[in-house]
Design a protein around this ligand. Structure first.
Ligand SMILES: Cc1ncc(COP(=O)(O)O)c(C=O)c1O
Length: 384
């Protein structure tokens, strides 16, 4: 195995003003959070997403946990979601006693298969969580209409979804509640970080209480009460001003970063066309209603053995690629804490065969070409 990494899987992109804004944050009286930079980020995100309220959080995980509290998940309530996602999607609800009900994904986008949701709904179903894999939207019209017919709450796990759209609407703007990530591996970053977007106004007041550790501190800050006190459950979901200052340096560059990532994405797409035509791999599929943000370039190899061979072979040449997810229904926690509905065969096949290629704004087109050639060579040299 090569110890030298010539092309890493990810490189966080800095926009230039991160340290300057952090310096400014350090000179503010309020370093702990909900200060100047937090408020600026809230306003910018509310404008960008068009939601009633944006609240910065320490992570997308934290925003999902807040969503589970706001959705009033009680022990035994069922939440329909894909198994092919990051553990936080399920964990947030399990923490409240909820039971994730996994349904299969679509073979094209790897998003929840909207045609499988109806049959998974029971009298215990409380919510549907849509995970927009790779920043490509789930089929939201169908999901929102199903939820409306059955009185269910829709929560978008838009961890990967900044600057992506469904029929022109930003991801994170369609569910009653949505969560986004600014983790260092995402397109726009703050190290660790995330945000909750509240669309449905009935959740507004409680969202801010939960965010402020279950207190009515907001009323205190507005001068409506002379002390703040414990009024509900909540936790430490609010990031410091240092995190908010970092994010404030990134947000104005969201479009520029996305455009650079898209250039890389398109270059892979063009470079891998011939291999796809020869049936050696499948390139990502983006439905025409979806405008994506090039968060990932995930290909499908014909089988798991070849996928592992390619991953290993590229690693030996210093090129980092990555497989994921261990489907949650097939994990030790998932087997005891969740249920499945129907066959999850597409989930299992995808997890076995998917390979994610490096994507970041500073990846040169020459490096993309290098990855494409290494991939081609690895596939052609495969002798099972
Ligand atoms: C689909 C999905 N949901 C949730 C998360 C959790 O995000 P965070 O690391 O910001 O908590 C991730 C992170 O990779 C993710 O990809």
């Amino acid at each position: 195995m090569s110890d030298i990494i010539s092309i890493p899987f990810n490189k966080p992109s800095l926009c230039g003003k991160e340290l300057e804004f952090i310096q400014q944050a350090l000179s503010q009286p309020n370093l702990h959070g909900n200060g100047l930079f937090t408020k600026k980020c809230h306003q910018a995100l509310e404008k960008k997403i068009g939601c009633s309220k944006a609240l910065l959080t320490n992570s997308c995980t934290a925003a999902l946990e807040m969503s589970a509290i706001l959705a009033d998940i009680q022990p035994g309530d069922e939440i329909i979601m894909p198994s092919y996602t990051f553990v936080s999607t399920a964990n947030a609800f399990v923490l409240r006693g909820g039971i994730p009900v996994f349904v299969d994904i679509r073979a094209d986008t790897f998003n929840i298969d909207e045609t499988k949701i109806l049959e998974a709904i029971t009298p215990r179903t409380k919510a549907i969580v849509c995970v927009h894999y790779a920043g490509v939207s789930c089929e939201m019209d169908t999901i929102l209409s199903l939820a409306n017919d059955h009185g269910l709450i829709v929560i978008e796990d838009a961890a990967q979804g900044i600057e992506s759209f469904y029929k022109g609407k930003p991801l994170g703007s369609m569910g009653h509640l949505s969560a986004i990530s600014f983790h260092g591996t995402k397109n726009i970053i703050s190290g660790e970080g995330g945000a909750l977007f509240v669309k449905d106004r009935r959740f507004l007041e409680r969202a801010e209480i939960i965010w402020e550790k279950g207190t009515n501190r907001k009323k205190f800050l507005l001068g409506e009460v002379d002390k703040y006190s414990w009024v509900d459950i909540g936790s430490s979901y609010l990031p410091s001003e240092i995190t908010a200052a970092f994010l404030w340096a990134q947000l104005p560059f969201a479009k520029e970063i996305t455009e650079k990532r898209l250039e890389v994405w398109r270059s892979y797409h063009q470079g891998l066309q011939t291999l796809e035509e020869k049936g050696k791999l499948r390139r990502p599929i983006v439905p025409s209603d979806c405008q994506h943000n090039a968060h990932l370039y995930a290909i499908l190899l014909p089988d798991g053995t070849l996928r592992n061979h390619v991953l290993e072979s590229l690693r030996n040449q210093g090129i980092q690629t990555s497989a994921h997810y261990v489907p949650m229904h097939d994990s030790s926690a998932g087997r005891t804490l969740a249920k499945t509905h129907g066959s999850l065969v597409i989930t299992e096949q995808t997890a076995d065969r998917v390979l994610r290629l490096p994507v970041y704004p500073s990846l040169t087109l020459g490096e993309v070409q290098q990855v494409v050639e290494a991939l081609q060579q690895a596939i052609e040299s495969f002798a099972p």
